[in-house]
Design a protein around this ligand. Structure first.
Ligand SMILES: NC(=O)c1ccc[n+]([C@@H]2O[C@H](COP(=O)([O-])OP(=O)(O)OC[C@H]3O[C@@H](n4cnc5c(N)ncnc54)[C@H](OP(=O)(O)O)[C@@H]3O)[C@@H](O)[C@H]2O)c1
Length: 333
């Protein structure tokens, strides 16, 4: 079958390759992929930024498709079902944190950028009827990350003022949509005027350009004192600006560090203002189920940026690297 594999010796670091189908192990199923979606993780893998990367791994955490084969002993009624795949594997028993066997589909385990993928049967969820294949593929990793950051970690309450930073990002899109669906007053930030316009059209109350240092004063004025909750995936030196725009007693949840570690941290403002700063990573099976419920109840449609055939995966990865996307980038075998 055709797949996008990590090829660290090649110029582009990934290549479309003919690979052997994976063998189905106990408790596993084969899913014929209808659509897959990129996450920044795939591009970080391409850039060699994770330990133990090996050429030959099929990348891709997100996918949706049709079950074509099940291992001996697995319920055969799965065959022919339309499913989405939860990329969060072996979370473990605790809601508060993943266990030490936790892994993410698509490195080290072969992922979804292929014609077929083999996954444990307990990673399958029925595809919500209102979603297209592209929308269903867009959902799992970024949707789960956004949902847990807002709810379990962020403890979002309706009517609260929430800031979602870097609205162009995949997780940020979902965070904004979910926060709106949960009744919050949502503001967004972005480096792109076009993306800000789209966020306002989607229902955000305010949009701020985080590249303009004045945005901090503007945000405090617009919200009459700052945000109750901030969801961020960038970190870096601008993290101190988030500490400034967070209301006394407020919460900041960060799930990524696209801009690296902050050079310094305004510790005094954090303790004086009684801020809670939390980290969040993907989510438990309970978070995933609740996220799907919200998607179904509110008929939320993930925002799709562009759809590329598997053969054009390098263009899709380059688009993510350049940060040009607005929503999820999709690959179709
Ligand atoms: N912990 C987890 O479970 C988890 C899960 C998913 C992702 N992540 C991490 O979270 C980050 C985002 O992932 P993603 O897949 O959503 O990536 P993505 O779709 O590539 O989003 C990147 C976005 O970051 C925004 N950004 C860049 N610099 C910023 C800054 N200084 N302040 C605010 N926003 C800034 C940009 O938004 P604009 O274009 O609007 O300016 C850009 O579009 C990555 O670092 C990823 O590795 C972690």
């Amino acid at each position: 079958m055709k797949a996008i594999v990590l090829n660290l010796d090649s110029k582009e670091k990934i290549s479309l390759t003919d690979v052997q189908e994976s063998i189905i192990g106990p408790g596993e199923v084969r899913v014929k992929i209808k659509a897959a979606a990129l996450n920044h993780r795939d591009e970080w893998s391409r850039q060699g930024l994770y330990p133990n990367l090996k050429s030959g791994i099929i990348l891709g955490s997100d996918g949706a498709g049709v079950v074509s084969e099940v291992a001996k002993g697995v319920d055969t009624s799965w065959i022919g079902k339309e499913v989405i795949i939860n990329a969060s594997i072996n979370w473990g028993d605790k809601q508060s944190v993943q266990g030490k066997n936790f892994e993410i589909l698509g490195m080290p385990r072969n992922g979804t950028f292929a014609e077929n993928v083999v996954v444990p049967v307990d990673r399958l969820y029925q595809k919500p009827d209102h979603l297209t294949w592209e929308e269903a593929a867009a959902l799992p990793l970024a949707g789960l990350t956004a949902y847990r950051a807002l709810t379990y970690q962020g403890q979002l309450e309706d009517d609260e003022n929430v800031l979602i930073t870097g609205f162009g990002g995949g997780v940020a899109q979902f965070a904004a949509q979910f926060a709106l669906a949960l009744g919050a007053k949502v503001s967004i930030s972005s480096s792109s005027p076009d993306k800000i316009k789209k966020g306002l059209k989607m229902g955000a109350s305010f949009g701020f350009d985080y590249t303009n240092p004045n945005w901090v004063d503007k945000a405090i004025e617009a919200t009459q004192g700052g945000f109750d909750l901030i969801i961020d995936g960038a970190a870096g030196d601008s993290f101190n600006q988030l500490i400034q725009v967070c209301k006394p007693g407020g919460r900041i949840v960060f799930y990524g560090a696209t801009r690296g570690n902050p050079g310094k941290l305004e510790a005094r403002r954090i303790f004086w203002n009684q801020l809670k700063i939390m980290g969040s990573t993907m989510g438990s099976d309970k978070d995933f189920r609740k996220m799907i419920q919200l998607i179904e109840q509110k008929e939320i449609h993930p925002v799709i940026d562009q759809v590329f055939p598997l053969e054009k995966a390098i263009d899709a990865f380059d688009r993510m690297r350049a940060g040009e996307q607005m929503g999820k980038i999709i690959l179709k075998p």
